[in-house]
Design a protein. Structure first.
Lengths: 308, 229
């Protein structure tokens, strides 16, 4: 049992209170997953800039490790901002297009160091504990942007730590992230196949395979919606999952409707959650709510406003 | 008529308040701002009228015997699960497993329902004014499901007994679910039952019942079993 949530402001307003909405939704679902909480936030960081979130290693050594990673990155890219908060180093760098080399350079700093997200819009923030603690450590409620995902985890098969928490970034592909409720039962088989192709897995969490899958499909040219649709054919098991790109949000529901998911859409926003209580708590009011049918896939796009 | 405001209260506190009012002899209770909380009004065994002004979460009005419940909003999974008698009306949509295992009474969903509505029904009536999801009526044993709209795949899968009427399209019948001609009694039942809940449009209903092939195991029909299981 886990709780997943998603929110997208359809107006193209880049200052929508995405962090606050996701936090309220996650808090309402906290009891579905007390192990860890996380969000994928899509904001506006300016053109040609890449935001990199790096999980550092030992508590107490974070500042030193942060400096070490920053110095290493400076050798290859212009660093515009660098700050350490909690277990993370957050870097804003000039986007030179080569994500993989940058990621390798950062992770070569130390064994525990892991790039948690990269993108022009995306920032993943996750940790062990409740959504309330995530807010206390990182103040996610003040984050503004266009859309985002959230997750509260109840671990069933793999370890409880920051790396195994969700959302998962689709390593290698900027801005793509997923949150999953369920169990991908052909995970081991798929993982072996991807490892043979050179994909790296950071965890033993079956949900990680969704990010890897989307990264592979989309880097081969599949559209976001097409990659979501084909995953219905390629994944076995129970899943309601949400995924997002720099400018869109979508859901996939398994062929047996094993896992809950409700959707609401108004003229100004789309919101999705495992239980309606999250929608009512965060957005309150009178809106139509429905449970999508089996094998349903739907995506929504952020409206791009003309530059003001 | 008495009101219960859910603001700042847990499901347990709200249920205790409702039960206190019921045992005080209150005939009509209006529950304000339920905000999709779970397990509201479970195991109410008196013929009281309960109105929820807003959406409810999972298992609302589960295991009830006798009340008349109206949910002005949507309902989560398992609305009216295990109901013995009474009426539960949902004015919008309901999630998975609506009216699961009910033994009597009537559940009316004005909108559409998720998967496995009426699973293991043992009596009573489930009316869905909109569409129904995957595996509606799965393993039902008795009672009636009326779907005015369309039905998703695996309709009536492994049904033992009982009947399902569908007014719209059927994406696919489940294992051992077969279509049967409606009798004059069926037509009368549909007209009178639907009229009672203000549904007066005429639908071209199809009737789905058990084919009986899965009632007893026969080695010669092993292939049928393999597919059903």
């Amino acid at each position: 049992m886990c709780g997943i949530v998603g929110f997208l402001d359809k107006s193209g307003n880049r200052q929508a209170p995405v962090g606050q909405v996701l936090l309220n939704m996650l808090t309402a679902l906290g009891r579905r997953g007390p192990d860890s909480a996380g969000v994928a936030l899509y904001g506006d960081h300016g053109d040609s800039r890449l935001v990199v979130r790096v999980k550092l290693g030992e508590p107490g050594l974070c500042d030193a490790q942060g400096t070490q990673v920053t110095e290493r990155v400076k050798a290859t890219a212009r660093v515009i901002e660098a700050s350490v908060r909690g277990e993370y180093l957050r870097l804003v760098v000039d986007d030179q297009g080569d994500l993989t080399s940058l990621e390798r350079a950062i992770e070569a700093t130390g064994e525990d160091i892991e790039v948690v997200s990269m993108g022009r819009r995306l920032e993943v923030v996750k940790q062990v504990g409740s959504p309330e603690n995530l807010e206390l450590t990182y103040g996610i409620s003040s984050f503004v942007g266009t859309h985002g995902l959230g997750h509260t985890r109840m671990s069933t098969e793999s370890r409880v730590d920051l790396s195994h928490s969700q959302p998962f970034w689709a390593h290698g592909l900027p801005d793509v992230a997923v949150v999953h409720n369920g169990h991908i039962t052909n995970y081991h088989k798929l993982r072996r196949r991807y490892e043979q192709q050179g994909y790296r897995f950071y965890t033993e969490n079956d949900s990680e395979i969704i990010g890897v899958y989307l990264a592979q499909q989309m880097s081969r040219g599949a559209s976001f919606a097409a990659a979501l649709r084909s995953s219905l054919r390629d994944f076995d098991g129970s899943f309601s999952y949400l995924a997002a790109t720099a400018d869109s949000l979508g859901f996939v529901k398994d062929p047996f409707a094993f896992k809950p998911l409700v959707v609401t859409e108004t003229s100004s926003y789309v919101a999705l959650a495992t239980e309606e209580i999250a929608l009512q708590t965060a957005l309150g009011g009178d809106f139509p709510v429905w449970e999508p049918g089996v094998k349903q896939v739907q995506t929504w796009q952020v409206e791009e406003r003309l530059a003001a | 008529m008495r009101e219960v405001d859910c603001t700042g209260k847990t499901s347990r506190e709200i249920n205790q308040e409702i039960r206190q009012l019921v045992s005080d002899g209150e005939q009509e209770i209006v529950v304000l701002r339920p905000q999709a909380r779970h397990n509201l009004a479970v195991a109410i065994l008196q013929p009281v009228k309960l109105v929820f002004e807003g959406s409810v979460g999972y298992y609302c009005a589960g295991m009830v015997d006798g009340p008349s419940v109206e949910i002005r909003g949507s309902a989560g999974w398992g609305v009216a699960e295990g109901m013995m008698s009474g009426t539960v009306i949902v004015t919008q949509n309901a999630g998975n497993s609506a009216a699961a295992s009910i033994r009597g009474g009537t559940v009316v969903v004005r909108g559409s329902v998720g998967a496995r509505a009426g699973i293991a029904m043992k009596g009573g009536t489930l009316i869905i004014q909109g569409n129904c999801g995957y595996m509606t009526g799965f393993m039902m044993q008795k009672g009636t499901i009326i779907v005015c709209g369309d039905a998703e795949e695996a309709l009536g899968d492994s049904i033992y007994e009982g009947r399902i009427f569908v007014g719209g399209n059927i994406a696919e019948l489940g294992n051992d679910a077969v279509i049967q001609e409606l009798t004059p009694e069926d037509h009368n039942f549909l007209a009178s039952t639907l009229a009672r809940y203000g549904i007066t449009s005429a639908y071209p209903f199809k009737k789905i019942v058990a084919g009986g092939r899965l009632w007893r195991f026969d080695k010669k029909e092993f292939e049928t079993w393999r597919e059903a299981l």
